[in-house]
Design a protein around this ligand. Structure first.
Ligand code: RFL
Ligand code: PHB
Length: 389
């Protein structure tokens, strides 16, 4: 088999890149380790920056997002019993859209299928070969059958645990990492959201987040210990703990119900450099991870796709390599800003096991500053709605 771009990973990055390339007549094949049902069963991001919404429009996949997504002009930040609102639209002219990653992925799968795009599911043993030459190829197996695809480029969109990053020789790669001493316990429940906007809460019992997918589907998170097991948390214990972490004004209105999904995600900051090695380009979680506090993971994956798509478009349509040559530098410049914001917002909103009374006073002062200072709110809002590409 032969194609222009082999895309390893059929998550949001890989599918979006494949669909965007298709709009310019550039062929690709997507290789996904899991089944489509498995990928669509993962509950992840919920907040989309305008940049991602525009890419979905360009990919011809934004119809349902516009019909069913919720435009949010701001968010609530709570601290103990106090809370204030950051008005994104007033401060930056830009809102965010609440629309689940599951739905983004579903829309992209449907578009690829409508266009007759090739996605191989259940692939095993993916090996990326010769990306340091001009004739790379990828081998893999499906149902025990060995396959080979020759290509011009390989896009590594296979997430944090994929093979693409590890294909770059260890002496070329530089990795930066920070692990946080806690995780998030997330619950999805078929209940109306407690408030029409998200609530990020710092409480003495730890962080909590009230989010949503639609009017009848809520997504809540609480900071938990890394040694916790989701099965140790009964629904009752979860709701009790959540109510203790948000201002009573909201806790009194919270509608509880059975959890239809419950999982724990550790918090991590990670970046690998460079994001390109020869004809291999890393995109999204394959190259970087952010703690979810700033809602930047999927959105940063989308900005990578933007730079790579435009670079490949220039290569195939104009015969210029300047876009792909600048890919790693351009993508990383924005990635590090998202890393900084996610680290800052995580540090502001969580309780740390080793936090000293001094650290706590500084955190309190920073929240008070954010709550009362328009310039601080503007800086937060600009980052939250997404820095320009
Ligand atoms: P993904 O989604 O991990 O997809 C990678 C795909 O590659 C496949 N794969 C392979 N395929 C073939 N061969 C191999 N060897 C392979 N190895 C792996 C995998 O099966 C998978 O299908 O990476 P991608 O596409 O880069 O997308 C990144 C996003 O998924 C991620 O950044 C976000 O979900 C992060 N995130 C959030 N981001 C936001 O922008 N806003 C949010 O509100 C937000 N909330 C979250 C989040 C992530 C969370 N968790 C669980 C990590 C909330 C949570 C709880
Ligand atoms: C979510 O709805 O899953 C979500 C929203 C905002 C975040 C993280 C996760 O910062």
């Amino acid at each position: 088999m032969k194609t222009s771009v082999v895309i390893v990973g059929g998550g949001p990055s890989g599918l979006l890149l494949s669909q965007l390339l298709h709009t310019k007549g550039i062929e690709s094949i997507v290789l996904e380790r899991k089944t489509k049902e498995y990928v669509l069963g993962r509950i992840r991001a919920g907040v989309l920056e305008t940049g991602l919404v525009k890419l979905m429009e360009e990919a011809g996949c934004a119809e349902r997002l516009h019909a069913e997504g919720f435009v949010h002009d701001g968010t609530q930040i709570a601290f103990g019993e106090e809370f204030f609102r950051v008005d994104f639209t007033a401060l930056t002219g830009t809102p965010v859209v609440v629309y689940g990653q599951t739905e983004v992925t579903r829309d992209l799968y449907e578009a690829r299928e409508r266009a007759g795009g090739v996605i191989d599911y259940d692939v095993e043993n993916v090996v990326i070969h010769d990306v340091d030459t001009s004739n790379p190829f990828v081998t893999y197996s499906v149902d025990g059958e060995e396959r080979r695809i020759d290509c011009d480029f390989v896009a590594g969109c296979d997430g944090f645990h994929g093979v693409s990053r590890k294909t770059i020789p260890a002496d070329v790669r530089k990795e930066y990492e920070k692990a946080y001493p806690f995780g998030w316990l997330g619950v999805l429940s078929e209940t109306p959201p407690v408030h029409e906007e998200l609530i990020y809460a710092n409480s003495e019992r730890g962080f909590a987040l009230c989010s949503m997918r639609n009017e009848q589907l809520s997504r809540y998170y609480i900071q938990c210990s890394l040694s916790d097991d989701p099965d140790d948390w009964s629904d009752e214990d979860f709701w009790k703990e959540l109510k203790l972490r948000i201002p009573s004004h909201y806790a009194e209105q919270l509608v509880t119900g059975p959890a239809i999904e419950k999982s724990i995600a550790p918090l991590r900051s990670f970046v690998t450099e460079p994001m390109r090695w020869g004809r291999l380009f890393l995109c999204g979680d394959a190259a970087h991870i952010v703690p979810p506090t700033g809602a930047k993971g999927l959105n940063t994956a989308a900005s990578d796709v933007h730079y790579l798509y435009n670079g490949l478009k220039e290569f195939y349509l104009d015969g210029s390599e300047s876009g792909i040559d600048a890919y790693s530098e351009n993508a990383l410049r924005r990635v590090w800003k998202a890393e900084r914001f996610s680290w800052w917002f995580s540090s502001l909103m969580h309780r740390y096991p080793d936090q000293t009374p001094f650290d706590l006073r500084i955190q309190t002062a920073e929240l008070a500053f954010l709550g009362s200072n328009e310039a601080a709110q503007k800086a937060m809002a600009e980052n939250y709605v997404g820095l320009p590409y």
